[in-house]
Ligand binder design. Structure first.
Ligand SMILES: Cc1cc2nc3c(=O)[nH]c(=O)nc-3n(C[C@H](O)[C@H](O)[C@H](O)COP(=O)(O)O)c2cc1C
Length: 353
């Protein structure tokens, strides 16, 4: 596994507004190392991202950063809505830029996947007042029954996403990724187990995508399509096996909406890149049929599968998650043909290395 054998992975690429050193991305990963009260990150977080930039990762997508106190679903998750939070992120983005890296903020609202004690002592917000089943792993409490959002609440949250995008730029981030995946607020609007609305934010899939579309448009208006990535998925953290009845038709509805909203870069998320969804094709292959903009690929990729997907053109950039937690020098190891440290949540989530 040498650098020459991974020619595509190590190729520079222009992705939207960004000149990336390599066709690699660090997938967004929640680490819960921010101050629990203030949501402010420290020097340890700056050093953690700096190391991945120094390794040559093309695009660092930050851990999910919440856009409001009510958007929070885990203790220790950082925010991007106070001046103190913005100032602290500036140290992180400066450290990454000094290494010649590119970093974008993943902006996040967890919706119903929370508890009032985490969500600023207010009930979590969601499309409908339906509780998710299960427990908040890092909080050892069941999910609260959320409050159904009014049209005014929806407009307010769209405004918070746009403001968080502006705050990200003020904090020195090169752009944002909107977290529209994994069963969090934006994704909750997209499926009927969480969205029973009868207004224009409900109904068929196209209607249920209205909220995602309006958030996307507001963020693009705020900072530009060249600096905006949208992430989406079928699976939900509280419903990991969820799949659309007709995956290709669903993905077509998503990509049609992305085109209407003016998006340029999308990040289809799956935990298994090779999982076949229809006609012998995986999620990224199906998306590529209907989308000629940029695609970030992810889901248990290794350097070989990533190189192949880049060569075949299904994806433009390959994102790695867990291997980048356990290997701060991931690309160095790949280039030198050294073995990768196998990710082990017990040891690797306990500290930032
Ligand atoms: C510890 C951990 C935290 C994660 N946090 C987030 C997150 O904040 N936002 C998000 O969109 N995905 C999150 N993910 C999913 C990853 O971005 C990625 O899609 C997933 O781990 C699959 O990639 P991998 O197989 O290369 O790890 C997280 C994954 C892990 C392991």
């Amino acid at each position: 596994m040498t650098k020459t054998a991974k020619a595509k992975l190590f190729e520079p690429i222009q992705l939207g507004a960004w000149n990336l050193k390599t066709r690699t991305a660090m997938a967004p990963m929640t680490r819960c190392f921010a101050d629990e009260q203030t949501g402010v990150v420290g020097e340890d977080v700056a050093e953690y991202y700096r190391r991945r930039a120094a390794d040559g990762i093309g695009l660092i997508i930050s851990e999910g950063i919440v856009i409001s106190p009510r958007g929070k679903g885990n203790p220790g998750v950082p925010g991007l809505y106070t001046q103190e939070q913005i100032d602290a992120w500036k140290k992180v983005t400066d450290a990454v830029h000094r290494e010649g890296g590119t970093i974008i903020a993943q902006i996040w609202h967890v919706g119903r996947l929370s508890h009032r004690e985490l969500a600023g002592n207010l009930l979590p917000q969601a499309p409908s007042a339906i509780a998710a089943e299960g427990m908040i792993a890092r909080f050892r409490q069941p999910y609260d029954t959320p409050e159904a959002m009014t049209t005014e609440d929806i407009q307010e949250v769209i405004g918070q996403f746009a403001q968080a995008a502006k705050n990200a730029i003020a904090a020195g981030f090169d752009g944002v990724e909107i977290h529209g995946a994994h069963g969090y607020l934006i994704d909750q609007f997209t499926y009927d187990a969480a969205n029973q609305r009868t207004d224009r934010y409900g109904g068929d899939l196209a209607g249920r995508l209205t909220f995602m579309k309006e958030v996307l448009q507001a963020v693009i208006d705020a900072i530009g399509a060249d600096r905006t990535v949208i992430r989406f998925s079928a699976f939900k953290v509280d419903n990991p096996t969820y799949m659309w009845d007709d995956p290709e038709a669903a993905l077509r509805t998503f990509t049609d909406m992305f085109k209407e909203a003016g998006a340029k870069i999308i990040h289809p998320s799956t935990m298994d890149f090779t999982q076949v969804l229809a006609d012998g094709q995986n999620m990224h292959q199906l998306v590529r049929k209907h989308w000629d903009g940029a695609i970030i690929g992810v889901g248990n990729l290794d350097p070989d599968t990533a190189e192949k997907a880049l060569e075949e053109g299904y994806i433009d950039v390959a994102a790695f998650g867990r291997p980048l937690i356990s290997n701060p020098d991931f690309l160095h190891r790949v280039a030198e043909g050294e073995e990768l440290v196998v990710y082990d949540p017990k040891t690797h989530l306990a500290e930032l290395i």
